[in-house]
Design a binder for this molecule. Structure first.
Ligand code: ZN
Length: 426
């Protein structure tokens, strides 16, 4: 059975004010790392209220360190990392099963006074909803939930099993997504409504986090020539990695997909600590870094090459040469992922977009990661991201375009109706 796009659009339209209110509530939870559980608890209750059966657990409950794609963590209490999987079971399996997944964790908001409106207020202005996580990706979470709601309002439920997953750790490890797979949830496809501007996400780079730990020899600054400065030594290593990044981007020009974007490999020293006293040369420095992995390269080979770059640069530093720095692999150890064109899943997603938007969706390749890699790369579940339009998710005044959110919700509802089939419900 096929539902007219116009009918779906009308149902999404009539619940859209409720969707925006729901999204505002969701943005109101400051779901920084380790603080997501109130939001997840609220979602678990909301899902149960929709008649879905809810599995709520924490990452401390799941064995997954042995699984491909697992990223190591430090100083993080996984008992606080709550995950939610809601199941909508169909008594008959007429269509294909589906995972709808979204992450609720957000990155820190930065200096509060730089925001036009409070980051966790969820403020609507000129057709946009502003707030940290509004775009990345709580709007997408609202789209998957309200797409199912719109079908329900029309009197239908999916005619195959659907899992609605809200996870954490997407912004730092991906272990939330991995835990759902470790727990056994599987389907014929996985859709993640990340804010792609209604484009099909073709591929993502790999990403690695690491911490550089350096020592220096502290002396009174009046005798600085006799000591070393760990902060300045860190600059030397950072410069060496920047040069390495340039060479990686040259090599990326050979890649069939990632050659299509400029400089897919980005390096970012994102957090720095060091020293104890303004008049002592710093005896220590720690830099938390993020670098993209050269697409096509294994994580192990990449770690080897990066280590070599750091150690070579250290040998040019008087003090570091004899006191080599330590590299701690903490956080993302993420493989790249490409959804090869022509899958049944992608075709169905494209057809849904065409039916609603009356044109062919564009596609995009990102110099970043999403959770798609877990499903697509390790579990053979074709996975793509498709969602509303948003700004840079990690900046000030992050927002989602509400018109695009509405459209994406209609497309997703149409996709569900075609992919899963529909059964009437009372
Ligand atoms: Zn995201």
């Amino acid at each position: 059975m096929s539902l007219e796009p116009a009918k779906i659009a009308a149902a999404v339209e009539s619940s859209f004010a409720a969707q925006v209110a729901w999204l505002t509530k969701l943005v109101g939870f400051p779901t920084l790392r380790g603080e997501e559980s109130p939001c997840q608890d609220w979602l678990a209750r909301d899902f149960a209220g929709r008649g879905w059966s809810v599995d709520r657990y924490s990452l401390a409950d799941v064995e997954m360190a042995h699984l491909p794609g697992f990223s190591p963590v430090m100083d993080t209490d996984y008992a606080r990392a709550v995950q939610v999987v809601a199941t909508i079971r169909s008594p008959e399996q007429r269509g294909r099963s589906l995972i709808l997944q979204g992450h609720v964790d957000v990155v820190p908001e930065g200096p509060f006074e730089m925001w036009q409106s409070p980051p966790f207020a969820g403020t609507v202005r000129e057709g946009r909803l502003y707030g940290r996580g509004a775009g990345d990706m709580k709007a997408g979470v609202s789209a998957m939930v309200f797409a199912l709601g719109a079908l329900r309002d029309l009197g239908y439920a999916p005619a195959s099993d659907v899992y609605v997953e809200t996870v954490t750790e997407e912004e730092c490890t991906g272990n939330g997504a991995l835990s759902t797979l470790a727990r056994g949830y599987r389907a014929d496809a996985c859709l993640i409504p990340e804010p792609t501007g209604q484009r099909i996400l073709r591929g993502t780079v790999g990403v690695m986090w690491f911490r550089l730990k350096l020592r220096g020899r502290p002396v009174h600054v009046s005798r600085s020539e006799e000591g070393t400065n760990a902060i300045l030594s860190a600059f030397g290593l950072i410069e060496a990695i920047r040069a390495f990044t340039k060479s990686l981007n040259e090599r990326a020009k050979q890649h069939p997909w990632f050659s299509k974007i400029q400089n897919p490999v980005k390096f970012n020293p994102g957090k720095i600590k060091g020293g104890d006293w303004a008049s002592s040369t710093p005896s220590w420095c720690e830099v938390d870094c993020r670098i993209a992995v050269l697409p096509g390269m294994s994580l192990e080979a990449f770690r080897r090459e990066l280590t070599q770059v750091v150690m070579e640069a250290s040998r040019r530093d008087n003090f570091l040469a004899n006191n080599l720095p330590e590299i701690v692999w903490n956080g993302f150890q993420a493989d790249d992922y490409v959804l090869e064109p022509g899958s049944e899943f992608e075709n169905a997603m494209r057809a849904a977009h065409r039916a609603v938007m009356k044109d062919e969706p564009q596609e995009t390749i990102l110099p970043a990661v999403t959770d798609c890699r877990f499903y697509g790369r390790y579990y053979d579940i074709p996975s793509l991201a498709y969602g509303p339009a948003s700004t840079d998710g990690h900046g000030f005044d992050e927002f989602v375009e509400l018109e695009s959110l509405k459209k994406a919700t209609i497309v997703i509802a149409r996709f569900i109706s075609e992919w899963c089939g529909l059964r009437p419900v009372g």
